[in-house]
Write a protein that binds this ligand. Structure first.
Ligand SMILES: [Zn+2]
Length: 315
């Protein structure tokens, strides 16, 4: 039903999945740049279609709302929420009694700005396993958020500006909503602001936020893409919210004062939980630690690495 050719392809439908190079026909699981290209024709959820075209200009798309099965290229195709960012989708492909679920980037923990993930059963599971190592068992989100808000409030009390580094699409909007729900208004970098406006027009409100124009009033936080210098702000406390916060010394590599473990990807336990729920006969892992496949084999799964040849610790 599928093969690997510089990326995952559904053989019957000749459909490329989350491929970064232009394709005649592609499925885009979500609008992160490492999952899409200027395809001739793309299948995706309506939210992803809007975000894809915001980022790459007008393109031909076939919109696939969640849970509405279509017949396409000899397959039955259905999207399910992936919980990663607004519009992110898993893809279930069915062909004469056989089924394949491709997760794309996903997480199971609840989010304020992404639809809660749903995992249908499939015979074959292709799973994105970025955090497939026990080092990436993230603490409960409430714990990480309590730490984050304590640090943000302390910064504000000290008349410092909390500056949060976050990816333009998904993480920035989630952080904005977390802050505005806590009564802290947000200034956003222009690139983030454009995506946030689209989130709101797609029915995902983010609270009180405005575009950053070089000045910050007391009591406001600022959200910028990673590595954006704000030299005009002398007194700032920098944050990154990422699963990589589990790595020692990461804050120095990211150039922040505080790295908080909060991710929009499934952590190690969520990966195992997802596989258990899908109950597949075969699991193919993309991204992450190769030891995860060994762990799955130990647990009795028929597990494989999918994609590039093994390179050091990562595949
Ligand atoms: Zn992503």
């Amino acid at each position: 039903m599928f093969h690997w050719e510089n990326g995952l392809k559904l053989t019957t439908a000749d459909l490329a999945i989350d491929v970064r190079r232009r394709q005649p026909r592609a499925f885009i699981s979500h609008a992160h740049s490492d999952h899409m290209a200027r395809h001739e024709f793309a299948l995706c959820t309506p939210q992803t279609a809007a975000l894809y075209q915001l980022r790459l200009g007008p393109r031909r798309t076939l919109e696939m709302p969640y849970r509405q099965t279509i017949e396409w290229g000899g397959l039955r195709l259905t999207t399910y929420p992936a919980g990663h960012c607004l519009g992110s989708a898993m893809l279930l492909a069915e062909d004469q009694g056989r089924s394949l679920l491709y997760t794309g980037d996903f997480k199971l923990r609840p989010s304020l700005t992404a639809e809660a993930a749903e995992l249908p059963h499939a015979d074959t599971l292709v799973i994105e396993s970025t955090y497939g190592h026990p080092d990436y068992r993230l603490p409960p989100s409430e714990e990480s958020l309590a730490e984050f808000f304590a640090l943000v409030r302390r910064a504000l009390a000290d008349e410092m500006v909390p500056v949060i580094q976050a990816y333009v699409l998904g993480k920035s909007q989630e952080i904005t909503r977390l802050l505005t729900d806590a009564g802290i208004p947000v200034l956003q970098h222009r690139s983030i602001y454009e995506v946030s406006r689209m989130y709101e027009s797609l029915g995902c409100p983010l609270g009180r936020f405005e575009r950053f124009r070089g000045r910050v009033e007391p009591g406001w936080a600022v959200v910028v893409p990673p590595g954006t210098p704000l030299t005009e702000l002398p007194r700032q406390v920098r944050f990154a919210l990422t699963g990589w916060a589990m790595d020692r010394g990461i804050k120095y590599r990211l150039g922040v004062d505080h790295a908080i473990p909060l991710s929009d990807h499934a952590d190690y336990d969520e990966l195992l939980q997802a596989i258990d729920r899908v109950a597949p006969q075969a699991v193919y892992c993309t991204h992450g630690h190769e030891s995860f496949v060994d762990r799955l084999l130990d647990l009795g799964y028929n597990a494989h690495v999918l994609g590039k040849p093994r390179q050091g610790r990562l595949f």
